[in-house]
Design a protein around this ligand. Structure first.
Ligand SMILES: Cc1ncc(COP(=O)(O)O)c(C=O)c1O
Length: 389
């Protein structure tokens, strides 16, 4: 939980400053005469987009909202299919359902991200958007995804909730496709408690997102908010000034967070080099934000044993396997069972993904880990591996 780890006086001061400057106007819009020129959401959108190298940023209330807003901006609706992957947080599929479209869920590969072959095989004449999800700090094969999208004339929306700040071949994730969605919830690289961001280089897509996230508002520059018209049927997914004030402070810490995580991950990888099991396949190690280490046990039984032994030694895992039910579509009967594509078939679906995930152990890499802690983690894991393998 890097953002949380690095909370300091600066975040507290940013909130105090909002109240000091204008009595605490927490709404992002209007109150122009009273707010002493303070527009934190606007500043945050600009700073976030600049940091990532995107033309436009639209702040929203959560990462889940960001996915939905981006899909609506891309024109997704009932009758459309949106392809995403079996290993992701439940929010990705929820947001697709929210637009009225059908999520078409495909396998991952040893990168723990979308398998490009599975993606291409799932394309139909109803497919509108591809949503690759960059899981646990590392990017999907964006060259392959973009080439497939181009070939079939499809749009790409990157779910970058878990890889804020990561890159692929020198380009920040979330800026390679037509749109990108980010989360700054309490467990993410940047932490605003709740929060999300939609990025795009396309001005019209940005205007669509801005309008949809705020009741359809057209954002006139000449007439007041109360008098202006609407561009579409929208909703309220707005971010508050409080969240943006914290986001601005956290964004300044992004480089430091990534640098510390990468350094700690490198030390841990050295300490685990003789673990005796394969590690997650990385397509661009230099672009990894370094917040997770994943390795694959030979089978599920030994994976369970390994994790039980970790627990006994006081070590936890990061989502795999402890929160697998929220991150693997096989466990989403509550949402998928009444759907014609999935109903009654979950037990036998996504066998490749099941085989990978059920053998995966994911370790958190923290910003603040001293050498003593790193040695303890590595020595404990090496010892467990020796006993079990
Ligand atoms: C891959 C992925 N997408 C979307 C989300 C949703 O983000 P939020 O919690 O901000 O709604 C998450 C959150 O964990 C996530 O991991």
């Amino acid at each position: 939980m890097p953002g949380f780890e690095v909370f300091g006086e600066e975040e507290r001061q940013a909130i105090n400053e909002l109240f000091d400057l204008n009595g605490g106007i927490l709404f992002a819009h209007g109150f122009d005469a009273m707010r002493a020129g303070v527009y934190r959401v606007r500043e945050y959108e600009r700073a976030f987009a600049d940091t990532m190298g995107a033309a436009h940023g639209q702040a929203v209330a959560s990462g889940t909202a960001a996915i939905k807003v981006a899909l609506k901006a891309l024109g997704v609706g009932p009758g459309d299919e949106v392809i995403t992957q079996a290993y992701t947080f439940v929010a990705t599929a929820e947001a697709i359902f929210e637009t009225g479209a059908t999520p078409v869920i495909v396998d991952i590969d040893e990168t723990l991200n979308m398998d490009p072959a599975a993606l291409e095989a799932a394309i139909t004449d109803k497919t509108k958007v591809i949503v690759p999800v960059h899981m646990m700090g590392e990017g999907a094969d964006m060259d392959a995804v973009m080439a497939i999208a181009k070939k079939h004339n499809l749009l790409v929306m990157e779910d970058t909730a878990q890889a804020l700040g990561a890159s692929m071949n020198g380009r920040r994730l979330g800026t390679i496709g037509h749109m990108g969605a980010f989360s700054t919830d309490a467990g993410k690289t940047l932490n605003t408690g709740e929060g999300g961001m939609v990025l795009s280089n396309d001005e019209q897509l940005y205007i669509n997102a801005r309008s949809y996230h705020d009741h359809g508002h057209e954002y006139s520059t000449t007439i007041g908010r109360g008098e202006e018209g609407a561009l579409c049927r929208g909703f309220n997914y707005r971010m508050t000034e409080l969240h943006a004030a914290i986001g601005l402070v956290q964004l300044k810490k992004l480089d430091m967070i990534i640098k510390a995580q990468r350094a700690n991950k490198a030390k841990m990888m050295t300490g685990l080099k003789d673990l005796g099991v394969p590690f997650r396949k990385s397509l661009d190690p230099a672009g990894d934000i370094g917040d997770t280490i994943v390795f694959y046990m030979p089978d599920r039984a030994r994976c369970d044993k390994f994790v039980t032994a970790m627990g006994a030694a006081g070590l936890g895992t990061k989502n795999l396997p402890d929160a697998i039910r929220w991150h693997f579509s096989k466990h989403w009967a509550h949402m998928l069972n009444d759907h014609p594509i999935y109903g009654g078939k979950l037990d036998t679906a996504w066998e490749k993904t099941a085989d990978i995930l059920e053998r995966s152990v994911a370790l958190p890499v923290m910003v603040k880990m001293d050498d003593e802690r790193i040695s303890f983690v590595c020595e404990t894991l090496n010892k467990i591996a020796k006993d079990i393998l």
